[in-house]
Design a protein around this ligand. Structure first.
Ligand SMILES: Cc1cc2nc3c(=O)[nH]c(=O)nc-3n(C[C@H](O)[C@H](O)[C@H](O)COP(=O)(O)OP(=O)(O)OC[C@H]3O[C@@H](n4cnc5c(N)ncnc54)[C@H](O)[C@@H]3O)c2cc1C
Length: 622
């Protein structure tokens, strides 16, 4: 087989933690009929599945349960201020207006950290915290801990809106500290020793000037590695979050970030392996004269592949390796068959010999891991496994957030491994796809196809992507291809293309699930219209919507009132510790508020309506 540099710990860790259960669950054989029965049975059931029927605020406006007549009748009005703000008293509306207005002043947003520090000094911690709770914190954060957030979760639920709990504490450290932490955690001991012998690509190496991953990121919080004990703490926090989600609703989600659970070095290295592996397939396809088609449509002729690899110096029976498994009658394989080599090679170390396309030869990616690094990697996989099990036990779905492109292939792949194990009967683990990526469509279609072949529930959150500026700057500075679509319009097209593909898949097999996570009203309307065309009912609980707490209530609440499964990402955590995250959220809102006046106009409209009709003291009843 391929020339091997051995990394026994990696092999063992994978085999023990991931592949064994994967293989054993696959050995259960074809579950398609069982799956189908389960789906039909579970489509409108609780226990981890969303059940809008229990929601008091669900009058089902414009929605019918009869599939034959429901098509073309789903309609939601996003201009109705009364419907949008039914869950809010007038003080809350006023707070939203003030906060959004403040977010539109460049000076306040740019200097928000300094202003907050001054505020703390003048007012003292207690009064400052109170002020924050009445303003920014109160607008965007649900409370300090899982007990404090319950009233808000229940209220939103009563008005048809569920929760994705998102513990948002972020370390308040300086840029220098952040850079140092990243430098220390993204290089292996072996790499530190072997100067001049480094095979890693620029993109998958740590670069000091981009070590502070918080730079330019507004909508997401960032974890920087400091120790294994800290990762255990993060895991415990996520477990609490899962339990809180299970305890406060029957159909909740809990969000996690993989970078919180281990050393980023492993994510970097594994991402590089996956990307090179995939790129090599494309290279081989080119050798066979296949070019310009979608990744999933490319097929390699096996005999030619064997000849080519042998010519390159690879010692191994690729032909035999594939013909042992399922190969089509024409003797060809596609990208998924190719990727399956990663699953079935018990010796993961085989993988770590990767093709260098420029040199046209195979080369080892890693020399060796130290014992400590092997342990760190194994612990990361274990932590993920523990979280997935807790999610299952608590009837909670786990939403794995997407992060930077140099980590994301590994994050997505590890999530997929969890889906293979835990999504066999119902969707428990949700992956995230960032549609600002040029490769988003290939990623989505390949994973959907894999779920189809293997008989598990595809489950995904579709977002546009939060790290655009940072990604662009890094690619430019370090000289690799910008992974982001060239402009906003192409990101929009990509989003709708991926979304349409998943919606079609749902219509065809009723097995996939998607959360349309966006504040973009056009995209929400597009989804509703496609659902109409395809006859997909909100009550089937296959298509969900997601917005961030404190933003775009005029989208979330009318959707919820109309019976659509809609969720708010609900950040929570102590005031002091959530402030760094909130401070960056203020920057997001600046752009958001400059671009979209509609939310403020609707807030005004509702306040004026209440004033005119004597409802200024309106209290939401639930
Ligand atoms: C519930 C929820 C969960 C989320 N989870 C994640 C997550 O896990 N990972 C993550 O990365 N993000 C996540 N996000 C953030 C998301 O990716 C977007 O940054 C944010 O929602 C804004 O996009 P939009 O569709 O709401 O709005 P829009 O205003 O329609 O889109 C703005 C987005 O378009 C893209 N864009 C803007 N200008 C350009 C350009 N010139 N070229 C190419 N693309 C451009 C960018 O992605 C930008 O954020 C989440 C958002 C929500 C609502």
């Amino acid at each position: 087989m391929l020339h091997v540099q051995t990394v026994p710990g990696l092999t063992r860790a994978w085999t023990e933690i991931l592949f064994k259960p994967v293989l054993s669950s696959r050995r259960l054989g074809s579950t398609s009929s069982a799956n189908q029965a389960e789906q039909q049975d579970g489509a409108c059931r609780g226990g981890g599945q969303h059940d809008p029927a229990r929601r008091p605020g669900r009058p089902g406006r414009g929605v019918r349960d009869d599939p034959a007549t429901a098509a073309n009748e789903i309609s939601v009005d996003f201009d109705q201020s009364r419907e949008a703000y039914k869950s809010k008293d007038s003080l809350e509306l006023l707070r939203s207006l003030v906060v959004f207005k403040l977010c539109s002043y460049d000076f306040l947003v740019d200097k928000n950290k300094e202003i907050m520090d001054l505020g703390k000094k003048i007012l003292g911690q207690k009064a400052f915290d109170q002020l924050m709770k009445m303003t920014f914190y109160g607008q965007f954060v649900a409370g300090e801990d899982h007990r404090a957030i319950r009233p808000l979760i229940h209220k939103n639920e009563a008005f048809g809106v569920g929760s994705v709990l998102d513990y948002s504490v972020e370390e308040d450290i300086s840029q220098e500290e952040a850079e140092q932490k990243e430098m220390d955690s993204c290089v292996s001991a072996a790499e530190k020793e072997s100067i001049g012998e480094n095979h890693r690509e620029k993109k998958y190496k740590v670069h000091k000037q981009f070590g502070d991953r918080r730079g330019g990121v507004t909508g997401a919080r960032t974890y920087l590695y400091s120790s294994e004990a800290k990762c255990d703490q993060h895991m415990e926090t996520f477990i609490k979050c899962i339990k809180a989600s299970g305890g406060s609703s029957v159909d909740g989600f809990s969000a996690i970030k993989m970078t919180a659970l281990g050393r980023p070095q492993f994510l970097l290295q594994f991402s590089e392996v996956l990307v090179k592996w995939r790129r090599f397939f494309t290279f081989l396809a080119l050798q066979q004269g296949i070019d310009g088609t979608e990744a999933l449509k490319q097929r390699l002729e096996l005999k030619q592949l064997q000849e080519f690899l042998t010519k390159m110096g690879a010692q191994g029976d690729f032909y035999g390796c594939f013909t042992e498994r399922k190969v089509d009658s024409l003797g060809t394989i596609d990208m998924l068959d190719w990727n399956s080599l990663i699953d079935d090679r018990i010796k993961m170390s085989d993988l770590l010999v990767v093709p260098n396309i420029e040199l046209g030869e195979l080369e080892p990616l890693l020399k060796k891991f130290t014992m400590e690094e092997e342990k760190q990697m194994k612990r990361m996989l274990q932590r993920m496994d523990v979280l997935a099990k807790h999610a299952m036990e608590n009837g909670v779905r786990l939403m794995v957030d997407a992060e930077q492109t140099y980590f994301q292939p590994a994050i997505s792949r590890l999530t997929l491994e969890m889906q293979r194990i835990y999504n066999r009967k119902k969707p428990v683990i949700f992956n995230t796809y960032q549609c600002y990526l040029k490769e988003a469509y290939d990623n989505v279609t390949m994973d959907v196809e894999l779920s189809r072949r293997e008989g598990w529930h595809f489950a995904a959150k579709l977002v546009r992507g939060a790290y655009m500026h940072q990604e662009r700057e890094r690619a430019k500075e370090i000289s690799y291809e910008d992974p982001i679509n060239p402009d906003y319009e192409s990101t929009n097209r990509m989003y709708h293309r991926c979304l349409d593909y998943v919606l079609d898949e749902i219509a065809l097999h009723r097995n996939a699930n998607v959360m349309v996570a966006t504040h973009n009203e056009d995209t929400v309307k597009h989804t509703l219209s496609r659902m109409n065309e395809l006859g997909l009912l909100p009550t089937e609980n296959k298509v969900y919507f997601g917005q961030l707490l404190g933003m775009c209530d005029q989208i979330s609440f009318p959707l919820g009132q109309a019976g659509f499964p809609v969720y708010k990402y609900v950040p929570y955590g102590p005031v002091n510790e959530v402030m760094p995250y909130l401070s960056r959220r203020a920057q997001e809102n600046r752009g958001f508020m400059k671009g979209a006046q509609k939310e403020r106009e609707l807030l005004w409209k509702e306040l004026k309506r209440r004033l005119a009709s004597g409802e200024l003291l309106y209290t939401p009843m639930y």
